[in-house]
Design a protein around this ligand. Structure first.
Ligand code: ADE
Length: 231
C-alpha cells in the first residue's frame, strides 16, 4: 500500500464479518450449481477465504498462486506477475474456482484466470469477497460490492497495514512525537478511521501495533506514552 496517497479512506474489518462474506460467496456458488474440483486461492489475500470456502462447499483440494506487482526491487508495476508457478497437473482437466480477497483494479484475478486457463483446466470461475467499482474485471461471484473506494484492512494483515498507516500519518502530520490520542486523531483525519469503529472491529490493538512498530525499529518511545517515527 506504500504507493497510495496520504489521504484515503480505510475500512477496518474483523474475522466474523469476513467469514460471513466467505459464506455469501459459497452460497452463490452452490446456488449456481457450480461444483469446482479445486480452489485456487491467490496469495496472500485469498488464503483465508480459500480455506473457508473449501469448508463451506465440502472440498479438500486447495492450491495457491502467488500474485505480485513488482518489476524491480520494491518497484510496483500495473502488471501482476506470478511468483510461484502452480505444480504440474494441479488444475489439468479440473473445474476451478479462483478466489481472492478484493478486486480493486481487477488485474490480479484476471491474470490468474488467464494463467489457469492456459493450463488446460476445465471450467474456470472467479470469486472475490469484495469488489470495488474501480475494477475492470467482474468476478463471477462477489461477496459484496463497495460503493466507494476504500483501503480495506483485513484481519489477517491487520498489523502489516496498521504499521504502514500509522507510520504514514506520522510522516504526513510531521510532529516531534505522538501520543495514542494523536495517532487516533490522525487516523481519523487522513483515513476516516473512527475510534469506536476500530475498537469494535479490532478491540485493544493499538498498543500491540505500537509495540510491534518499536520492535521493527519503525518508531521509538521517547517518553512514556509518546512515540517518534524513526527515519
Ligand atoms: N489490495 C488491493 N487493493 C486493496 C484495497 N483497496 N484494500 C485492501 N487490499 C487491497
Amino acid at each position: 500500500m506504500s504507493d497510495l496517497p496520504d489521504d484515503f479512506n480505510c475500512t477496518i474489518t474483523n474475522w466474523e464479518y469476513i467469514y460471513s462474506l466467505c459464506r455469501d460467496v459459497s452460497d452463490d456458488v452452490r446456488q449456481d450449481e457450480f461444483e469446482p474440483d479445486v480452489i485456487v486461492a491467490l496469495a496472500r489475500g485469498g488464503w483465508f477465504a480459500g480455506r473457508c470456502i473449501c469448508d463451506f462447499l465440502g472440498l479438500d483440494d486447495l492450491t495457491s498462486l502467488k500474485m505480485e506487482h513488482y518489476v524491480g526491487t520494491a518497484e510496483k508495476s500495473g502488471e501482476p506477475t506470478i511468483r510461484y508457478p502452480m505444480p504440474e497437473g494441479s488444475v489439468e482437466g479440473k473445474d476451478v474456482l479462483i478466489i481472492d480477497d478484493i478486486a480493486d483494479t481487477g488485474g490480479s484475478i484476471k491474470r490468474a484466470q488467464e494463467y489457469v486457463e492456459q493450463r488446460n483446466a476445465g471450467t474456470v470461475r472467479t470469486a472475490t469477497l469484495q469488489l470495488l467499482q474501480t475494477s475492470e474485471f467482474e468476478p463471477d461471484y462477489v461477496g459484496e460490492q463497495l460503493e466507494e473506494w476504500a483501503w480495506v484492512v483485513y484481519p489477517w494483515n491487520f498489523i502489516e497495514d496498521m504499521v504502514d498507516l500509522i507510520s504514514g500519518v506520522m510522516e504526513t502530520a510531521d510532529e516531534e512525537s505522538f501520543a495514542k490520542a494523536d495517532i487516533r486523531h490522525y487516523l481519523n483525519e487522513y483515513h476516516d478511521v473512527d475510534r469506536i469503529e476500530m475498537e469494535i472491529a479490532q478491540p485493544n490493538r493499538l498498543t500491540e501495533v505500537l509495540t510491534e512498530m518499536e520492535r521493527r525499529d519503525v518508531v521509538e518511545m521517547t517518553a512514556p506514552g509518546e512515540w517518534t517515527l524513526l527515519e
